[in-house]
Design a binder for this molecule. Structure first.
Ligand SMILES: *Cc1c(COP(=O)(O)O)cnc(C)c1O
Length: 505
């Protein structure tokens, strides 16, 4: 099935707008800009409205249904965040406005910096990175510069467990350092013997640090995390935490207090700002005292002494705020001060919940994931559900199931994912993490009700039965969606979006 594009609806002479007669004299245009024929679609206003509303309804979104896309935290974004981000005094602020004319905006950013620092136990925070991957990039550049400034430029290895997010090794390479991969042990945890080996002898002098995704991409908390941190730091390395998935830790565990030197947050995951489809993100970074001078800038700084509020403005902040470039900053990563609209949404979210509310968010995220996992036990294999000592192990905010069955050869994780679309759900993340063959990574998030989780579990259990009895249903899926199986790589590389000339015949 092929959706018409707006050009297909064009009828010569039809028009959606009536332009007023010009009230200024026509100005001559350069000849090379003039042409007789401008191939724009000729459509009426109602046709345009229907066309785009129909297209928008083909989209699946968190506002239409459960979206258990592991590692991506597709939780509900409360609409009050949108109200905050649309307040005209904030939304229409010019990014180059004089600081004295936008003290309120600077105050909001300053408070967000300190709240994020409080939540994670770090001394200083920069809001500028545009996304998680850019936050990682900032972190590794800071670690690199730290070693160079201490006269140890030979430290060029970052240790990365194989349960890390794929952006971690990519970041290390982008920053010009080398990745040394560490295997997971049988329980999916950092193999301490391998880590000791990497932190010994000649190799130890080259260790710049270690990057850990916490919880790991298996959705597991690292039980020996304190040992891992102490080991790496004892040979002079720094510890980076990929905190994109703070949803399992927020207001319960402070990574800075565990001993991490640096981490990034994904405001667009944990702090409920909308994301997906390449939309705006925000990958704020937090650091301890060792790295605060290296933060990407500008950060917002508050003057030391309060200022008297003007008599006619009882809401004035009482402090003066200004932009600040940290002394040894790795520089700017993003135009202006980052994605300000995302900062506002995260501010509104944290403000609405408060500390106890955020803790409840975390508890519910972990509870929902464990509940759903137990509902799937028996129908799906659950890798890494035991500790190294063989005890039952809880997951964090997400968990992995094996998307294949010994008694249904030929059925793959992708088939299960596509069949879920027929049941009305967005598929989970498939084939990630890489260390589980046929992985399905499921993250229900805290915003789903028990009823919704039960429905998803029922659908998944029904699909497991179909896999054995009617596997063709899975291979043919999705059969109810506007499009069938796509060549996703081709769809991303060969876009046909605009005019008829660019369309294949
Ligand atoms: C999403 C994610 C990232 C990358 O974040 P982006 O904002 O997509 O760049 C990094 N690490 C983990 C664990 C993630 O889940």
């Amino acid at each position: 099935m092929s959706e018409p594009i707006i050009y297909d609806l064009s009828t010569p002479g039809r028009s959606g707008v009536n332009l007023p007669a010009p009230d200024v004299p026509p100005a001559p245009l350069p000849n090379e800009l003039l042409r007789d024929d401008l191939p724009l679609p000729e459509v009426g206003e109602l046709q345009v409205v229907r066309h785009f509303v129909r297209l928008s309804q083909l989209n699946y979104s968190i506002d239409t249904g459960l979206y258990p896309l592991g590692s991506c935290t597709m939780k509900y974004n409360p609409k009050v965040n949108e109200d905050a981000a649309r307040l005209p005094g904030l939304a229409q602020l010019h990014p180059l406005a004089d600081p004295d004319s936008c003290q309120g905006a600077l105050m909001l950013m300053h408070e967000l910096q300190s709240w994020l620092g409080e939540i994670s136990g770090f001394d200083a925070v920069s809001l500028t990175p545009a996304a998680g991957a850019q936050g990682e990039f900032a972190g590794i550049l800071m670690i690199r510069q730290y070693h160079i400034d201490r006269g140890e430029p030979q430290r060029d290895i970052i240790l990365v467990p194989d349960s890390a997010h794929g952006t971690n090794p990519a970041t290390v390479t982008m920053a010009g350092l080398r990745v040394q991969q560490l295997p997971a042990n049988a329980a999916g945890e950092v193999d301490l013997a391998a880590l000791r080996e990497a932190c010994s002898g000649e190799n130890a002098k080259h260790v710049a640090g270690m990057m850990m995704t916490m919880p790991s991409t298996l959705g597991l908390f690292e039980p020996s995390i304190v040992q891992v941190i102490e080991l790496v730091q004892s040979v002079g390395g720094l510890m980076y935490m990929d905190g994109a998935n703070m949803n399992a830790l927020m207001a319960v565990v402070k990574p800075g207090k565990l001993g991490f030197d640096c981490m990034h947050y994904n405001l667009h995951k944990t702090f409920s700002t909308p994301h997906g489809g390449g939309g705006p993100g925000s990958g704020a970074v937090g650091v301890n005292d060792k790295l605060r001078d290296y933060l990407p800038g500008p950060v917002v700084r508050r003057d030391d002494a309060p200022v008297a509020a003007p008599a006619d403005d009882k809401d004035a902040p009482g402090w003066r705020y200004d932009w600040h470039m940290p002394a040894k900053s790795i520089g700017r990563l993003k135009a202006f001060a980052g994605n300000f609209g995302m900062h506002l949404r995260a501010y509104a979210y944290i403000r609405a919940y408060g500390g106890e509310g955020l803790r409840q968010v975390t508890r519910c995220a972990v509870l929902n994931a464990n509940y759903l996992r137990e509902k799937l036990r028996g129908e799906y294999a659950l890798p890494y559900d035991q500790t190294a000592a063989g005890a039952r192990r809880y997951c964090g905010h997400e968990f992995v199931v094996r998307g294949a069955f010994d008694d249904a050869p030929g059925v793959h994780a992708l088939d299960i994912s596509k069949r879920l679309i027929d049941y009305g759900f967005h598929p989970p993340t498939n084939y990630f993490p890489l260390i589980v063959p046929e992985a399905l990574l499921i993250e229900p998030t805290e915003t789903e009700t028990k009823d919704d989780l039960d429905e998803l579990a029922e659908a998944m259990r029904a699909i497991a039965k179909e896999a054995r009895d009617q596997p063709q249903l899975l291979h043919d899926a999705p059969s109810s969606a506007p499009v069938r199986r796509l060549d996703e790589a081709k769809a991303a590389r060969q876009l046909h979006l605009c005019c008829p000339a660019a369309r294949p015949a």
